[in-house]
Design a protein around this ligand. Structure first.
Ligand SMILES: Cc1cn([C@H]2C[C@H](O)[C@@H](COP(=O)(O)OP(=O)(O)O[C@H]3O[C@H](C)C(=O)[C@H](O)[C@H]3O)O2)c(=O)[nH]c1=O
Length: 185
């Protein structure tokens, strides 16, 4: 039961496809395998698992990241519905600094995304009642959390739908300064 891993254009961002084995009862699939994914996640150990429930199509969450000692790998999986996941490379030394990718995560495709430290993450909900599961390699510490405004002109993220729900906090996130040099990891 091999996971299929696809390195995306931003170094360290990997799409993981889990084959689904179906029969009359339903299906079985593996969502994570340390042996297969340890090459993509340094010092592989998860500290927290989170669940994101999203009622309304068009909802946007993010873009968030954790800093310094709390920088983390995230494995993000859509376990119900469909979302457009967006990852922005904020790493100062990265060849893809300030580049972004968007990947459709959906329960039907049984795919997930590995997001490395130094990348900001956000998503837009494409179907009502979509849910995400997150695996985190660091504890959540609000004092070490950073964020980028979802409409930062420097990033020009093309959100596919008009935004229906967004938190006050996310609306208040800053745009990147013009002379932003990136995060040092
Ligand atoms: C992230 C997080 C939040 N919380 C508390 C803090 C708030 O009281 C409440 C909701 O938090 P927030 O509005 O930050 O949740 P999201 O906007 O979904 O944040 C997430 O969405 C973006 C797209 C991500 O990539 C991160 O996983 C995460 O930042 O849960 C916790 O207790 N632990 C946590 O790990």
């Amino acid at each position: 039961m091999q996971l299929e891993c696809f390195q995306k254009p931003i170094k360290g961002v990997v799409e993981v496809l889990s084959p689904r084995f179906g029969d009359e009862r339903g299906s079985f699939s593996r969502w994570f395998c340390a042996e297969q994914l340890c090459d993509y996640i340094e010092n592989l150990s998860f500290r927290q698992i989170n669940h994101s429930e999203n009622f309304l199509k068009g909802t946007v969450r993010g873009l968030h990241y954790q800093l310094g000692p709390q920088r983390e790998y995230k494995v993000v999986r859509c376990i119900r519905g469909r979302v457009l996941d967006v990852v922005v490379d904020l790493r100062e030394t990265s060849d893809t600094f300030l580049q972004l990718i968007s990947v459709e995560l959906c329960a039907a495709r049984n795919n997930a995304l590995i997001i490395p430290p130094g990348c900001a993450h956000g998503f837009q909900v494409l179907e009502h009642d979509s849910q995400l599961l997150y695996l985190h390699t660091a504890d959540y510490l609000p004092n070490y959390e950073g964020g980028v405004h979802l409409k930062d002109p420097m990033l020009n993220i093309q959100w596919p739908l008009s935004i229906t729900e967004i938190s006050v906090r996310d609306i208040g996130l800053p745009e990147l300064p013009e002379n932003f040099k990136g995060l040092s990891l």
